[in-house]
Design a protein around this ligand. Structure first.
Ligand SMILES: C[S@@+](CC[C@H](N)C(=O)[O-])C[C@H]1O[C@@H](n2cnc3c(N)ncnc32)[C@H](O)[C@@H]1O
Length: 231
């Protein structure tokens, strides 16, 4: 069965996604979380629950909807992708989201990562450089009832100084080197989770501590490049 519920009111979507029998999206999502995510070591119960709840099939184009719960990134148009669910889970766990946090999400894309974060924190500020994707994500998140996400069209390299400091920052596109403004916008105790590099990339965590910045390498990744706004 194909899942064609995009742009239905949020309560209809919620009901459809909670039906949970007959091999529908809820079952596929629970199976994705168990086999692709929990089995590979993501153990934060709140993160796992958020991934069970966000209807990933409504964040991908209809042409690839049947693959929404597969262990892979998928095209979302404009030459961009929605990240592999496991990588979203790892990045979400690494940023250590807490209920009162305000988190910056750079590279909105489909809005999926922002939706996962929105279930875990107070507010998500999400920045997307491709206007068409930003518009679609804004509409999609509103239709699904994510009232605590603001999608901004622009270059996330500069972060959002007027809303800083952030309790966490997640970046879904890879710069060659880490953008200094994002490090500057971390609150004490907050983490920046970001892929860094060109042909070879590493997922890195930068944590601001009382004595400076601590850095950890997580694992090699492959993200689209962080592009810069020529203006
Ligand atoms: C891997 S995709 C995003 C996946 C997204 N988090 C999701 O859940 O669908 C990376 C996104 O980063 C965007 N991007 C690239 N450079 C950017 C920049 N400087 N500022 C903001 N967004 C950027 C791309 O247009 C693309 O949509």
């Amino acid at each position: 069965m194909r899942w064609r519920t995009l742009l239905l009111p949020a309560w209809v979507v919620a009901q459809a996604c909670s039906a949970g029998n007959g091999g529908g999206p809820t079952e596929a999502r629970h199976s994705m979380v168990a086999s692709q995510i929990e089995a590979r070591g993501v153990l934060d119960a709140r993160v796992l629950q958020a991934l069970r709840e966000v209807p990933r099939h409504l964040f991908v184009p209809e042409a690839v909807r049947d693959l929404a719960y597969a262990d892979r990134a998928l095209p979302i148009g404009q030459g961009q992708t929605i990240s592999q669910p496991y990588v979203v889970a790892v990045m979400t766990e690494l940023v250590d989201p807490q209920p009162d946090d305000v988190v910056l999400d750079v590279g909105t894309g489909s809005g999926y990562q922002a939706a996962v974060l929105a279930r875990l924190v107070r507010e998500v500020i999400s920045i997307e450089i491709v206007p068409e994707l930003a518009d679609q994500a804004r509409q999609r998140l509103a239709a699904l009832g994510y009232a605590n996400v603001t999608v901004i069209t622009g270059d996330g390299y500069a972060g959002r100084p007027e809303r800083a400091p952030f309790d966490g920052i997640v970046v879904a596109a890879a710069p060659d080197t880490v953008p200094p403004p994002l490090l500057e916008q971390l609150a004490e105790g907050a983490r920046l989770v970001i892929p860094v590099g060109g042909a070879e990339q590493m997922l890195r965590v930068f944590e601001r501590t009382s004595s400076g910045l601590e850095t950890r390498d997580i694992f090699p990744v492959r993200f689209v490049p962080l592009v810069r706004d020529p203006d």
